[in-house]
Design a protein around this ligand. Structure first.
Ligand SMILES: Cc1ncc(COP(=O)(O)O)c(C=O)c1O
Length: 379
């Protein structure tokens, strides 16, 4: 295992973060992303336990962007990892992770070249949904003298990427079989339009319908003579629905490992391991103001909430979080406040590191990788 390309650990700007090791979680310089190691391990173990008797998991690492977390997931039995970008794929490969699914189409010469170079040493799977995309991937693989596995992405109702019909899937599979350097390994179909449905029974029905569409494609492909070894689908909120389908071979859920307020009520089996620690910097009447805002906390999904519910979040500005205080004795200037974020994946991408805590003490600092191409372009 080497230091991943673009790993903050090798830079002097990492030193201030390292100095927090040994401190109490409430003594961190704020704002600070806090990762509770025991909750993290429990979330990983809960998913590992479930997947032992159902579909496997190849967890989505776009959620955490962290090699240390990915290694814990693999050590618990994950079939590899899933990522969203070439930069995540390369950073994870550099960190020693293998069997990496890029659950996205990859386009663009530099990205394809970098991916194909990395594929000489690491096993990748890449989603494809067009002959043009597959053709460019095939050229990159041939130029690098390597072979790359592909999954045909099938739209199961989200209307994002993915071929729309079984007929299109079959003609793409036929085109793939004529391209050198790439090998058809299976299909993926993420039911992203289903995962935020709050009613569990309705979510289960919608997930089942989405999987019917996916499996219909699989069966038609198989009847046409294509071998479909991998059927990848599922998010955190549908893991025990999609993952119980006997034809689905693996899940690509990501959020379960960190959790947030958007997903918490939908999947109570997983608990928030991620929080942001802030400090009250102003207190007037019933308003307390924390020293961070949307520059370190993503607001795309749920509403942030205090770990200790002595106030509610009224608004989040760029550099301020405004709280309505219920308990007058609390939240004086200088007090530390811990917040469960509304959207963990977006929040992680806004931060440099996790402060890893065990029994409320910082025991390590883990870099967040691949927040852009940056130095990943250096082969
Ligand atoms: C293609 C794909 N697969 C899997 C996931 C993981 O889902 P979740 O974070 O809900 O577990 C996502 C999340 O958006 C996704 O876009």
């Amino acid at each position: 295992v080497t230091t991943p390309v673009g790993d903050l650990r090798s830079e002097s700007s990492f030193i201030p973060y390292r100095q927090s090791v040994g401190r109490h979680r409430y003594e961190l310089t704020t704002p600070a992303l806090v990762l509770d190691a025991s909750i993290l391990r429990r979330n990983i173990a809960t998913m590992a336990e479930w997947t032992r008797t159902h579909a496997k998991i190849r967890p989505h690492a776009k959620t955490h962007k962290c090699a240390e977390i990915a290694r814990l997931q693999v050590a618990a039995g994950a079939a590899g990892i899933t990522v969203a970008t070439v930069w995540e794929a390369v950073a994870m490969a550099d960190a020693g992770l293998d069997n990496i699914l890029i659950a996205n189409e990859v386009v663009g010469k530099e990205k394809l070249t970098r991916l194909a170079q990395a594929a000489r040493e690491t096993n990748f799977l890449v989603a494809v949904d067009s002959v043009a995309g597959a053709d460019a991937l095939s050229h990159a693989a041939l130029s690098a003298g390597t072979r790359i596995g592909v999954l045909i992405e099938i739209d199961v109702g989200m209307r994002r990427g993915g071929v729309r019909t079984p007929t299109e899937a079959c003609s793409l599979a036929a085109a793939l079989s004529r391209l050198a350097g790439i090998v058809l390994r299976g299909v993926m179909g993420f039911e992203g339009h289903v995962v935020t449905e709050p009613n569990r029974a309705l979510r289960a029905t919608m997930a089942a319908e989405a999987m019917e569409r996916l499996i219909a494609c699989v069966e038609i492909l198989e009847r046409a003579g294509f071998e479909i070894e991998i059927v990848s689908a599922g998010g955190t909120n549908t893991y025990d629905m999609t993952g119980a389908n006997p034809r689905v071979t693996e899940l690509q859920a990501g959020t379960y490992v960190l959790m947030d307020t958007a997903y918490g009520p939908l999947v109570p089996a997983f608990k928030p391991a991620l929080t942001i620690l802030g400090t009250v910097m102003s207190r007037n009447e019933r308003t307390a103001v924390l020293d961070f805002g949307t520059k370190v906390m993503a607001m795309d999904l749920g509403r942030p909430a205090l770990v200790e519910p002595c106030a509610t979040v009224r608004a989040v500005h760029e550099e301020h979080t405004l709280l309505d205080v219920q308990d007058d004795a609390r939240l004086r200037v200088g007090e530390a406040v811990e917040i469960v974020v509304g959207y963990c994946g977006g929040t992680v991408n806004l931060n440099d590191v996790y402060h890893v805590v065990e029994n409320d003490q910082v025991v390590d600092v883990w870099p967040i990788l691949a927040r852009g191409p940056g130095r990943s372009l250096v082969a």
